[in-house]
Design a protein around this ligand. Structure first.
Ligand SMILES: [Zn+2]
Length: 351
């Protein structure tokens, strides 16, 4: 790197906008050995390999755990031949960064994402096009969304919230576009609203997913949480009949609380304050992006959940966590554009 006189660096600081100053401040506050990871490599190929194959070697094409043979290298990455399907893969096949031409730009990109910058701003900071910044964001978020390791135990608070559906970014809208989120045309809960279900236990394990358009029903509730509840949980909810029905069918202990009747804290430990506070944080987070397209809503919910669960980490550790997490899920969109895949996910909400 060429030597830059200190006074020129100080002069250059006046050119920075507020967000850039904040980013610089954060980088300066990190310990030195972490800085090299921000400016240089995010992590080693060895760590990447460990994250990708955290539960053993698996073929990203046919998902077989069968037998493999080492088959040379590709751009420094180990390549393997799968005996089951006869195809080859390397350490990065199926990960968000596999096809990326600018691997060296990912560390700064992830850092910008950690700062919750808009796609436009990420593109500008990193020096990539807006479509690339968009694709990178959703590759990472897609992987975060696919990680469903949460298993809830003990007291589980469950409540739904509704978010106005949005076709942001879509051409040929069926109706006049709303400005920055806007308001629904129909009163009350309708198919204009996306139902977001949040379940959170007292160890802060959380499920947060868009489950349907319009009102929640017990079938959607069942599909979303049943396989992720440990035995003998106690479910705390408001008086919404859907929850009562679900708990009765599944023979789960159910504690109802009603904020309106000032019985918010029933027997003191049964309340839904944690899940309601989560809803509030989630809505504040979503408002940063001025309305999120419904087909990408689950990506943003996963992002918020990740940030919420890692908020005590230093920002560099968060960036690394996000990166390594995103490597743990082979992309399920192989052979399909990410936006087409998300369109299919949206159909599941509607049907
Ligand atoms: Zn295979």
């Amino acid at each position: 790197m060429a030597y830059i006189p200190f006074n020129q660096i100080v002069d250059a600081l006046t050119e920075l906008d507020e967000a850039q100053k904040q980013l610089l401040l954060k980088i300066l506050q990190e310990p030195m050995d972490n800085q090299s990871m921000v400016t240089g490599k995010l992590t080693t190929l060895e760590h990447i390999r460990e994250a990708c194959f955290h539960d053993g070697l698996r073929c990203p094409h046919c998902l077989a755990r069968g037998s493999f043979k080492k088959n040379g290298t590709y751009r420094g990455r180990q390549r393997y031949l799968c005996h089951t399907c006869g195809r080859t893969f390397n350490d990065l096949t199926g990960t968000p960064i596999h096809y990326s031409h600018y691997l060296d730009k990912w560390p700064l990109y992830l850092k910008c994402m950690e700062q919750k910058f808009s796609i436009r701003k990420c593109a500008k900071e990193v020096g990539i096009s807006i479509p690339t910044a968009f694709t990178w964001r959703h590759k990472i978020l897609h992987a975060l969304f696919e990680i469903k390791e949460q298993s809830l135990e003990g007291i589980v608070e469950v409540d739904e919230t509704y978010i106005l559906s949005s076709e942001k970014g879509k051409r040929n809208l069926q109706r006049k576009a709303r400005k920055r989120g806007g308001v629904a045309q129909q009163r009350g809960i309708s198919s204009e609203q996306v139902c977001v279900l949040v379940a959170r236990d007292r160890t802060k394990q959380t499920i947060s997913e868009a489950v349907t358009l319009g009102r929640l029903d017990s079938m959607r509730l069942d599909q979303t949480i049943s396989s992720r509840l440990q035995p003998e949980v106690i479910i705390c909810t408001d008086e919404e009949p859907t929850f009562r029905k679900y708990c009765r069918i599944n023979k789960i202990q159910h504690e109802k609380v009603n904020p309106g009747k000032k019985r918010y804290v029933v027997k003191e430990i049964y309340h839904i304050q944690n899940v309601n506070a989560y809803h509030e944080r989630l809505k504040r987070f979503l408002s940063l992006f001025h309305g999120v397209a419904t087909k990408y809503l689950n990506h943003y919910l996963a992002w918020h959940q990740f940030l919420d669960q890692t908020k005590t980490l230093q920002s560099i550790s968060r960036v690394q966590e996000m990166f390594l997490h995103s490597l743990q899920q082979p992309m399920k969109t192989v052979g399909m554009r990410l936006s087409e895949y998300c369109d299919l996910q949206l159909l599941k909400l509607v049907s």
